[in-house]
Design a binder for this molecule. Structure first.
Ligand code: PEP
Length: 248
């Protein structure tokens, strides 16, 4: 049984004071739910969020991590540091990191391997850009991203993975993939996981859709059989909108 999982990706938004206000509002709205929830925030606020959400079921995630244990890597943050803060999840391979920060399938693979040696659960992002979709290369692109990211990852580790299908043309654009387009690719991803690891693992892997998810479209997306959750950017910045999505 896969438990629905809705995570917010705050990207590079909000400062401390705004985060305190959000947490107060969100905790007041948050009710017992069967849906798992997390907020993925900038590194500097992860400790603050862990404190603000302590005693609740609301989990905290990072948006990146480096694969080396420690050393002369100015500006980087290790998985051990995230573990030290009690961080629960870490987004890996978000399209903005691939696009602006040179993230490759190889570095993503190293990051996943490091995360699987510890306690922080990875959320692996995959997805094609507009040009690739127009050329009908989306399956090829997503398959290559999956193969590259999962190279050498064991079935036991893969079973605990969260995969977010995020078509780049739908991120922050207000343009959502139709529920059928999203389901079609999430089914393709599940089949690819099955081909790599077998049916039992494919049945366990949680697959999220991400790309302009809002309260108005959350329920039709979440009702698709291969979509187990959502990775929510813009709409997760507002406590009421994010809660409405969780309440899909
Ligand atoms: C994201 O940042 O992962 C995302 C899906 O953003 P948005 O919901 O704003 O499209």
């Amino acid at each position: 049984m896969r438990i629905p999982f809705i995570a917010g990706n705050w990207k590079m938004f909000k400062t401390g004071r705004e985060i305190v206000t959000f947490a107060e509002e969100f905790k007041a709205l948050y009710q017992d739910t069967d849906v798992k929830t997390a907020i993925c925030a900038p590194y500097v606020y992860l400790g603050l969020l862990k404190n603000l959400f302590s005693g609740t079921d609301i989990k905290v995630g990072a948006q990146n991590a480096f694969y080396e244990e420690e050393g002369a890597f100015t500006g980087e943050v290790s998985v051990k540091m995230l573990e030290d803060l009690g961080v629960d999840y870490c987004i890996i391979g978000h399209s903005e990191r691939r696009q602006y920060f040179g993230e490759t399938d190889e570095s993503i693979n190293k990051k996943l391997k490091r995360l699987f040696r510890g306690t922080v659960t990875p959320i692996l992002c995959v997805g094609e850009n507009l040009r690739q979709r127009e050329k009908e290369e989306q399956y090829l692109v997503v398959r290559d991203q999956l193969m590259g990211a999962l190279s050498g990852i064991s079935p036991e580790d893969a079973a605990s993975l969260i995969i977010a299908y995020e078509p780049v043309w739908a991120i922050g654009t207000g343009k959502t993939a139709t529920p059928e387009q999203a389901e079609d690719m999430c089914e393709f991803i599940r089949n690819a996981v099955e081909a790599l690891y077998g049916e039992a693992v494919a049945d366990q892997v949680v697959i999220q859709y991400g790309g302009s998810v809002k309260p108005a479209n959350a329920s039709e997306i979440m009702n698709m059989s291969n979509i187990d959750g959502a990775l929510v950017g813009g709409a997760s910045l507002n406590a009421k909108d994010f809660m409405d999505i969780i309440d899909f």
